[in-house]
Design a protein around this ligand. Structure first.
Ligand code: RB5
Length: 165
C-alpha cells in the first residue's frame, strides 16, 4: 500500500520507528514531515495527508500529533476521509472493520511506542466488513454531500513554522 504519513512536533519522536515498521511490512511510505521537534501547526499536515488520500494519491494516511485529537478533528473536514483516533489495538481492529477508516490518528505523547507499533500493524491487517456498517457509512456520505464538505487542493507546507503552538 502507498501510505502517507504526517506529524507535528508532538508526533515527531515516534514517527521514525513507525515508518521503519511500515517499510518492513512492505509498504511504500511518503513522509511529508515535519522533521524535527520545532513547533509547527498540525492542520497543515492533516490537510496534506487527508487531501492526498481523498484525491487518491495515497491509499491510506497516518497522522501523529501529541494527542491525535487535533489531527483527527482536522482530517475529518475533508470529504471521504474517515479519520480515526486510536489508542488500542481493539480500536484499530474495530475502526477498520466497522468504519473503514482511511486515516489513522495517533497520540505520540499519549500512547507508548510498542502499543503504537501494534496499533499500526493491526489497523493495516484488518478489512472493512461492509454489511450493516455500510448503512451507517452511507448516511455519513449523504451528510457530507448535504453540507458540502470538499477535497482541498494540495498545499506547500510553510517554510517557517515558528510561533505556532
Ligand atoms: C501541540 O502542542 C498539540 O496541541 C498537538 O500536538 C495536538 O495534540 C493537538 O491536538
Amino acid at each position: 500500500m502507498k501510505i502517507m504519513i504526517g506529524n507535528d512536533h508532538g508526533g515527531f519522536a515516534v514517527k521514525g520507528p513507525i515508518v521503519e515498521r511500515l517499510k518492513d511490512l512492505g509498504h511504500e511510505v511518503i513522509d511529508v514531515g515535519c522533521h524535527s521537534e520545532a513547533i509547527v501547526r498540525y492542520p497543515h499536515y492533516a490537510r496534506k495527508v487527508a487531501g492526498a488520500v481523498a484525491r487518491g494519491e495515497a491509499d491510506r494516511g497516518i497522522l501523529l500529533c501529541s494527542t491525535g485529537i487535533g489531527m483527527s478533528v482536522a482530517a475529518n473536514k475533508v470529504r471521504s476521509i474517515r479519520a480515526a483516533l486510536v489508542t488500542s489495538t481493539t480500536m484499530a481492529r474495530m475502526t477498520r472493520r466497522h468504519n473503514d477508516s482511511n486515516v489513522l490518528c495517533l497520540g505520540g505523547r499519549i500512547t507508548g511506542l510498542f502499543e503504537l507499533l501494534d496499533i499500526v500493524e493491526t489497523w493495516l491487517a484488518h478489512d472493512y466488513e461492509g454489511g450493516r456498517h455500510a448503512i451507517s457509512l452511507g448516511l455519513i456520505d449523504a451528510w457530507e454531500q448535504e453540507v458540502g464538505l470538499g477535497v482541498p487542493d494540495d498545499i506547500d507546507l510553510p517554510v517557517n513554522e515558528k510561533g505556532a503552538s
